[in-house]
Write a protein that binds this ligand. Structure first.
Ligand code: SF4
Length: 323
């Protein structure tokens, strides 16, 4: 029997513990000054979760308090509190909150089946964008990816593409990720994320940009070990071009919420539309939790059982087309 290739996605809901961030990345329209930020309250978080009852993943996407800031402890406690809230509701937290100390990362790894941090990229094009973002220094990012590997935490990373980097820069970044994976085996996904301009309406990728990205996807598939899933955010990629991206090597569409808090001008496609396109390309769309099945054996015993329970509910819901 011929098996049908699977393309995965994760029904998710995003909580933003704070928009306050001590970095100032050149492309960011998400951050506010930490002194004027209003942290997300538990009550508002509960209301936001209630609006997405079928989301198995709770993405905690946060601005950052500086290491050593007197506010860092409270900031980290909120990440833990929201992670526990997700678990208490039978959902799984996945935190992406910038660089963490080894203690912080190990602590979050006990409640989060996976964590994430974009590598973003290598080469001079990123330097001016990150001139006022200490967290985005390459050595800091690489140390984080190494640290997650040492701790054995299933990890999502990725590249921000189309900021002026060269083809050679992109390939160098993929080689770095490949070597990390060969050393630690913890990279479950690499997101190939096209940078898109802000604004009130979406700016579609040009044919040239799509062509360059398709070449990169194919290069990533050839370079990275086969267990590493390749993801592109489907709201940043034209639906009619998705079959070409799948043919080049994309096999995951990431967490999909009702809206993208980073790129709010780029609406999420409806899951039914994604399913139709994926099936028309000879593949099968299937839901997943925030941690891909191959990495379950790495999880602490109790968390693994929780993941299995959440996954069972997710698959049952999908089978009855209720996602
Ligand atoms: S670290 Fe993230 S939230 Fe902070 S300024 Fe950079 S992109 Fe924005």
């Amino acid at each position: 029997m011929v098996s049908v290739p699977v393309v995965t996605w994760s029904p998710s809901v995003t909580l933003v513990p704070t928009h306050g961030c001590f970095n100032r990345c050149g492309y960011c329209s998400f951050r506010v000054d930490p002194d004027s930020a209003v942290p997300l309250s538990l009550e508002v978080a509960q209301r936001q979760l209630a609006q997405r009852p079928d989301a198995a993943e709770v993405l905690l996407l946060s601005g950052e308090e500086a290491p050593g800031s007197p506010r860092r402890g409270a900031w980290f406690d909120r990440l833990l509190q929201f992670s526990q809230l997700a678990l208490a509701q039978g959902r799984l937290p996945h935190t992406n909150a910038g660089p963490l100390s080894a203690r912080e990362m190990a602590c979050l790894g006990r409640s989060n089946p996976s964590l994430g941090l974009m590598l973003e990229g290598l080469g001079p094009a990123y330097a001016p964008l990150h001139a006022h973002a200490p967290s985005k220094r390459l050595e800091v990012r690489l140390a984080q990816l190494e640290q997650a590997g040492r701790l054995g935490i299933p990890f999502t990373t990725g590249l921000l593409l189309g900021v002026g980097e060269t083809r050679a820069d992109r390939l160098d970044a993929l080689v770095v990720l490949r070597d990390l994976q060969l050393r630690w085996g913890h990279l479950q996904e690499v997101i190939l994320q096209p940078w898109r301009p802000d604004g009130t309406s979406a700016v579609a990728l040009t044919a040239q940009e799509q062509g360059d990205l398709l070449e990169l996807i194919a290069a990533a598939r050839a370079l990275l070990p086969p267990e590493v899933h390749l993801q592109t955010p489907p709201n940043l990629w034209p639906l009619e071009g998705l079959p070409a991206a799948l043919a080049a090597g994309i096999d995951d569409l990431g967490g999909i919420d009702l809206a993208d808090v980073i790129n709010p001008a780029y609406p999420q496609p409806r899951v039914e539309a994604l399913r139709a396109v994926v099936e028309a390309s000879g593949r099968q769309l299937a839901p997943r939790t925030c941690v891909h099945r191959q990495w379950w054996p790495r999880l602490p015993h109790g968390l693994r059982r929780t993941v299995a329970r959440v996954d069972q509910t997710l698959q049952q819901r999908w089978a009855t087309a209720a996602c």
